[in-house]
Design a protein around this ligand. Structure first.
Ligand SMILES: Nc1ncnc2c1ncn2[C@@H]1O[C@H](COP(=O)(O)OP(=O)(O)OP(=O)(O)O)[C@@H](O)[C@H]1O
Ligand SMILES: [Mg+2]
Length: 228
């Protein structure tokens, strides 16, 4: 056991069954992420990036292999335990923001704390502070439909980091933004990540995004190879 490692997977494989066909998307993947490390995974569309991210974050079940998060094997926990571990330790920024449309920006950011049933005055202050850092002070009562794409993505970032997670996963966090907005969002994101010393695993097809991380991998034909 290495105490610097916050997340690892060993021989992780994912096979999807389609009728009689078996699709092996991930083939014995090994990965270790240290505390505070930023990691990117690049790969073409359909290479299995989202699948891998979901497995690492305990959002989906592996076919073979294991995922160890903060020294706990996810495969030895029941669904409820995985859910609790995820809520307390992980933040997830989805490929498409997945904000809840019937809640405003502030309420969306507070959602992980509501689930953990511990929203206090301090929590609200923290959420407001985060929205401020992300340039959204004047947008806290806006609903997702009243926000621009970049603003929605920034709300999603605030939501992912509000409960000070140990690992943040980001699936194409800027995939649907224009270049300029994408760069602004990423700069804020990496600055916050550094401040909080969270580990970050970001999946992208954009090499510019990958270059901002310390360790870069490529996913190709079900195999992960380190490129830096
Ligand atoms: N539930 C499923 N059942 C069967 N096949 C699936 C399922 N989910 C994903 N796949 C297949 O697995 C492959 C990898 O999908 P995944 O979403 O991980 O790709 P990706 O690298 O994230 O692609 P993109 O860059 O387009 O987001 C795809 O070929 C997809 O068709
Ligand atoms: Mg994807």
């Amino acid at each position: 056991m290495n105490n610097n490692i916050i997340l690892e997977c060993n021989n992780l494989s994912k096979i999807y069954k389609q009728g009689d066909n078996q699709l092996k998307i991930l083939n014995e993947i090994n990965l270790q992420v240290r505390i505070g490390e930023t990691v990117s995974i690049v790969g073409s569309s359909g290479s299995g990036k989202s699948t891998l991210l979901h497995l690492l974050a305990g959002l989906d079940k592996v076919t073979y292999g294991e995922v160890i998060l903060d020294n706990q094997k996810l495969q030895q926990l029941n669904d409820n335990q995985v859910c609790k571990l995820r809520n307390a330790n992980l933040g997830f920024i989805y490929q498409f923001h997945h904000l809840l449309p019937e809640f405003n920006a502030l309420e969306n950011v507070l959602m992980p704390l509501v689930i953990g049933s511990k929203v206090s005055h301090e929590d609200t202050q923290l959420a407001l502070d985060l929205l401020g850092k992300l340039g959204l002070s004047k947008r806290q009562t806006h609903y997702p439909s009243q926000l621009s794409g970049g603003e929605r993505q920034r709300v999603a970032i605030a939501r992912a980091i509000v409960n000070n997670p140990k690992v943040v996963f980001a699936d194409e966090p800027t995939g649907n933004l224009d270049n300029q907005t994408s760069n602004q969002v990423l700069d804020i994101f990496f600055k916050l990540q550094e401040e909080l010393h969270t580990s970050l695993v970001v999946v992208t097809h954009d090499l510019e995004v990958a270059r901002k991380t310390q360790t870069q991998y490529r996913l190709h034909n079900g195999t992960l190879t380190q490129i830096t």
